[in-house]
Write a protein that binds this ligand. Structure first.
Ligand code: URQ
Ligand code: ZN
Ligand code: ZN
Length: 479
């Protein structure tokens, strides 16, 4: 099976150049000018358009069991929606319940993800600790291609990782050459603020952001970064939403610490006014954690992305419909946390980033695909337009326009946080494993075609750590 993408301008994280791209048997086989299409090869006319690496969303939660319900988007509908927006690979999360074997949870998620239509990988969350967790982390790295472990510092009484879990797990990740990642919110502060607000009779969605102010994220971000510093391991902060957390990332990076930051398209575009909507449904639809922030945080997050202090963009796609969100009608702390976006991330960031001059096209590719591929050690198989790489590509029409709406999106959820936004620049074709799976508004996907992507440990940046590893053991402090 071959497809020739003809007449386009290839845009990668490094350069933009006129070239055709030939894909054969799921791989990119030739990149160059004036390639000819042998008989029978499908030709995609990319004239006047850009040919970019398929997007990588490093943060999704398809069909996540959470807060007494299950996310409405599953691995089939969610990966299909991603393809419709140019995202060809997701990194989702295996989240064991406390005391649940990590291997058992991993096997459960692998079963759920068999219906995916595009490639996927898994971070595995460490939600408790004992020798079996230590052992399973080793198996997951050495046998199952997991090289990143997630820690929720929020969600007390559920999946929250306290300092004991953080220190044990970060140390184990260090030994294995795997990357610890964190959801940085102080879960104890959130718990106590929720109780206080409810006791004051504040039960509506407007209580949600009040129970998790930016300082709650700033404290946890700084704590995770300092723990990583002592243990000499890199650390990746997911969904940095507040300038207080970004400041912690910038300080550490300026001191040479290996800290990575991710920002959600939602947090870049949506502010906290959504929680004041008179409609419970609309306000509750936007309940996610960390919450959408006041406008001044968006400005700092864009600067973080432009400066390279934030390296990846994601969506934290975790969908709950109105009937599910209604569980918290009388108590905002019971509203299932999560919003969508896997279909709209790239077009929203192109419109708000590239069309405004905040990001060059190459920076756009870097933050929507290549950096995630490199940090999570899938590059150049993913995140590149190089011969030998997977033929995961998006043909981007810079003149194409669309108005985003839940009425027309492919996502399996009944609202869209970007509702009504008109964007200029969108995917005209998405190629996944060398097949044209999205073309001019129509999906042509195959259930189960998605593959699990093994990610080896010791991504390139571990080399430097590796040198340190030879000289020191964990807990040694540079005098
Ligand atoms: O916290 C997360 O990342 C998961 C549980 C999705 N929900 C959310 O509100 N972000
Ligand atoms: Zn989170
Ligand atoms: Zn998440």
């Amino acid at each position: 099976m071959s497809v020739l993408i003809k007449g386009g301008t290839v845009v990668t994280a490094e350069q933009s150049f006129r070239a055709d791209v030939l894909c054969t048997d799921g791989k990119i086989t030739q990149v160059g000018p004036d390639l000819d299409a042998a008989d029978g090869i499908e030709v995609v006319d990319a004239g006047g358009q850009y040919v970019m690496p398929g997007g990588i969303d490093p943060h999704t939660h398809m069909q996540l069991p959470f807060m007494g319900t299950v996310a409405s988007e599953d691995f089939y509908t969610g990966t299909a929606a991603g393809l419709a927006g140019g995202t060809t690979c997701i990194i989702d999360f295996v989240i064991p319940a406390p005391q649940q074997s990590l291997m058992e949870a991993y096997n459960q998620w692998r079963e759920w993800s068999e219906k995916a239509v595009a490639d996927y990988a898994f971070h595995v969350a460490v939600t408790w600790w004992d020798e079996s967790v230590h052992h399973d982390m080793g198996r997951l790295v050495e046998e199952f291609g997991v090289n990143s472990f997630k820690h929720f510092m929020a969600y007390k009484g559920a999946i929250m990782a306290d300092d004991e879990i953080l220190v044990n797990s970060f140390t184990r990740a260090w030994e294995l050459g795997a990357l610890p990642t964190v959801h940085a919110e102080n879960g104890e502060l959130v718990w106590q603020l929720q109780r206080k607000l409810l006791d004051m009779g504040i039960t509506g969605p407007e209580g949600h952001p009040q129970s998790r102010p930016p300082e709650v994220e700033g404290e946890a971000a700084n704590r995770a970064i300092r723990i990583a510093q002592v243990l000499k391991t890199p650390v990746y902060l997911v969904h940095v939403s507040a300038k207080e957390a970004l400041e912690a990332v910038i300080r550490a990076r300026n001191e040479g610490q290996r800290v990575f930051g991710e920002v959600l398209a939602g947090h870049l575009m949506v502010n906290d006014s959504v929680y004041l909507d008179k409609s419970f449904e609309k306000a509750a639809a936007h309940v996610m954690s960390p919450p959408f922030r006041p406008k001044d945080h968006q400005r700092e997050l864009w600067r973080g992305l432009q400066s390279g202090n934030l390296q990846t963009t994601a969506t934290d796609h975790c969908c709950f419909c109105a009937d599910q969100k209604a569980a918290g009608r009388d108590d905002f702390s019971k509203i299932p946390n999560g919003t969508g976006g896997v279909e709209n991330r790239m077009e929203v960031l192109w419109d708000a980033g590239v069309n405004t001059g905040k990001l060059t096209m190459n920076e756009f590719v870097r933050v929507t695909s290549t950096n995630a591929a490199q940090i999570f050690n899938m590059y150049p198989r993913k995140g590149s337009v190089l011969a030998g790489a997977d033929a995961d590509l998006v043909v981007w029409d810079p003149e194409g326009t669309k108005t985003i709406s839940a009425k027309t999106h492919f996502q399996n959820v009944d609202y869209n946080i970007f509702e009504g936004m008109t964007v200029k620049g969108k995917a005209s074709h998405t190629i996944s494993q060398g097949n044209v799976v999205y073309k001019d508004g129509e999906l042509n996907v195959e259930r189960g075609a998605g593959r699990y992507i093994h990610r080896p440990p010791f991504a390139p940046y571990f080399d430097a750590i590796g040198k340190v590893r030879e000289r020191t053991k964990p807990f040694s402090v540079d005098r």
